[in-house]
Design a binder for this molecule. Structure first.
Ligand SMILES: Cc1cc2nc3c(=O)[nH]c(=O)nc-3n(C[C@H](O)[C@H](O)[C@H](O)COP(=O)(O)OP(=O)(O)OC[C@H]3O[C@@H](n4cnc5c(N)ncnc54)[C@H](O)[C@@H]3O)c2cc1C
Length: 517
């Protein structure tokens, strides 16, 4: 078993130390894939007292997990489907996700927060219909309720989104869900795992699986930055590769039948502030039957999403057609339309969906998770970000039995992530010395570790008018496992996904820091 020393909060995250410990390692659990599902399993295994390691071919969270709509939700739409189709399974799914929603908000309140959303209604019948549905959503939340849904007047609606075309609207219904910074939440999960003695390396690909007596017993990997080979043995190997699930399954069983479909979902970030009160808008139906969101997110307006059949791609990008689709459909609801010039960034994510054997539209496929075994390779796939903890718990319950592991119970229910598990006072005091926009930004990104970030260098702005500071570059590289410019810009600082122009300006400075390192 590799001897990993649990990191202390102020200790650097040395990728080389992690790699060294993983070379010829023998662990209880090896997780392949460092998105929400994989890091969830890593945390779950550690909480049960098992030794556990994780590898990801790209950066942690570089797949679908940094490309979501950023909602922590039970799924209002699934509730509607549950009632329309008298589907008890879907009802249970919503209830379970609502319980997980509250847990995520408690884990890292700086990275996950409650959000009010308003659904505008075009007909008078629409108002009581939405009110009833969202009232049920409140009811299902039970003691985990974040706030009460209610009917909003046209005046309230106009205040929340002054650009809305009010003429066809009769009012709206507001309700509460959660919102989060998906990539930073995920990176905090990885750091938490390292602080519990787990091992995790990014940019390390599983090339093939070790198979002994017909059973998967580990993996051969390549560190893509140093080109060294690793042989990691494990009592249980878990495939959490999201859209790439079938690739790994065929390594375990060349005859494994493909079970995944992917669809692409894109988002736009707007420079225009469409939501001055910080409340989101849920557009209940486009003319092709989709739900769209306009959400406040890290100082921008986030618009999404689409759902189109797609090809597997390591770096999916929003196509012009997808961007045009979103602009067209959002503009149908606005009096003050948005234009391409208002878009500061776009991103695209691949939904890992369990295949529909009957074929047909991908938006009808199940979002529930699936656990299956192929010659000892356990696959965990599907589900959603919100339910990562529950998915991991289900998966590890199965694996503990099938691999006969000596493990305690899952203890992730009350986990607090780095940034939310220390003493706030020191960070709050340090932030008082900074301009308000920088202090607010640093708190939201780093929570009670903001002062440790500030200690890494200067608090000078990297770009005039934006809150990013120089010290963050060194923090991302030395304390949060970033290796490449994209790791820093897209998944530690998020600027790459918020504003491509500002990101480009920071990239030049970052490349100088990387060369000097
Ligand atoms: C457009 C969109 C919007 C969404 N919005 C929401 C939302 O608002 N709320 C919500 O709860 N959920 C949302 N979801 C769902 C959620 O984002 C996903 O369910 C979740 O991120 C899936 O995580 P994952 O870990 O399974 O996959 P991924 O995040 O894709 O992780 C898989 C990882 O496996 C790695 N990998 C692949 N092959 C190998 C290999 N050979 N060796 C090593 N590593 C490998 C990849 O590099 C990748 O990092 C959304 C999804 C999409 C697409």
């Amino acid at each position: 078993m590799p001897q990993a020393t649990a990191l202390k909060p102020d200790q650097t995250w040395q990728r080389t130390t992690q790699l060294e410990a993983l070379k010829d390692a023998d662990v209880d659990v090896l997780v392949i894939g460092g998105g929400a599902s994989g890091v969830g399993v890593l945390l779950d295994a550690l909480s049960r007292g098992l030794s556990a390691a994780l590898v990801d071919r790209q950066d942690f969270m570089a797949g679908t997990s940094s490309r979501s709509t950023k909602l922590i939700h039970g799924g209002v739409r699934y509730l509607e489907q549950a009632f329309k189709g008298l589907d008890y399974g879907k009802y249970e799914l919503v209830k379970e996700a609502l319980a997980e929603r509250k847990r995520m908000l408690n884990m890292a309140p700086h990275l996950a927060w409650p959000l009010t959303l308003i659904t505008p209604a075009k007909s008078l019948i629409g108002l009581p219909y939405y009110r009833f549905g969202l009232g049920l959503y409140d009811l299902l939340s039970g003691s985990e309720r974040l706030g009460k849904s209610r009917i909003e007047s046209k005046i309230e609606l106009k205040r929340a989104c002054p650009s809305l075309d009010m003429k066809p609207l009769k009012g709206g219904v507001s309700y509460m869900d959660g919102q989060f910074d998906d990539a930073r939440f995920g990176i905090a999960m990885v750091r938490s795992a390292l602080e519990q003695g787990g091992l995790a390396v990014n940019h390390t690909r599983v090339d093939d699986l070790i198979i002994e007596n017909g059973k998967v017993r580990g993996a051969h990997c390549t560190d893509l930055l140093g080109q060294t080979r690793l042989t990691i043995k494990a009592k249980a190997v878990i495939n959490c590769t999201g859209p790439w699930t079938d690739h790994l399954r065929t390594m375990a069983d060349p005859d494994a039948k493909p079970m995944m479909t992917v669809s692409s979902g894109i988002h736009l970030l707007l420079n225009k502030n469409l939501l001055p009160e910080g409340r989101g808008i849920l557009i209940p139906e486009t003319d092709d039957g989709r739900v769209l969101f306009m959400l406040p997110w890290l100082g921008k307006t986030l618009v999404g999403t689409t759902d189109d059949p797609a090809e597997l791609h390591d770096h999916p990008r929003a196509s012009q057609d997808e961007v045009d689709y979103l602009i067209k459909h959002i503009n149908e609801w606005l009096i003050d339309p948005i234009a391409l010039a208002d878009v500061s960034a776009t991103f695209s994510g691949l939904r890992p969906l369990v295949s529909n054997p009957e074929g047909g539209s991908t938006s009808n496929l199940s979002r529930d998770h699936l656990i299956r075994d192929d010659n000892g390779l356990t696959t965990l796939t599907g589900g959603k970000w919100t339910t990562w903890r529950r998915m991991a718990e289900d998966c590890m319950d199965t694996v503990v039995k099938s691999a006969n592991l000596k493990a305690g119970p899952c203890k992730t229910q009350t986990l607090r992530l780095p940034g939310a598990n220390g003493d706030e006072a020191e960070a709050r005091l340090a932030l008082k010395t900074l301009p308000e926009d920088i202090a607010t930004y640093l708190w939201q990104a780093y929570g009670d570790r903001a002062h440790l970030v500030m200690q890494q260098g200067s608090s000078k702005r990297l770009v005039e008018g934006a809150p990013y500071i120089e010290a963050e570059l060194s923090w991302a590289l030395n304390y949060e496992g970033a290796c490449k410019p994209e790791d820093v810009l897209n998944r530690r600082m998020r600027v790459g996904m918020l504003d491509e122009k500002v990101s480009q300006q920071i990239r030049d400075r970052l490349e100088t820091v990387l060369k000097a390192a």
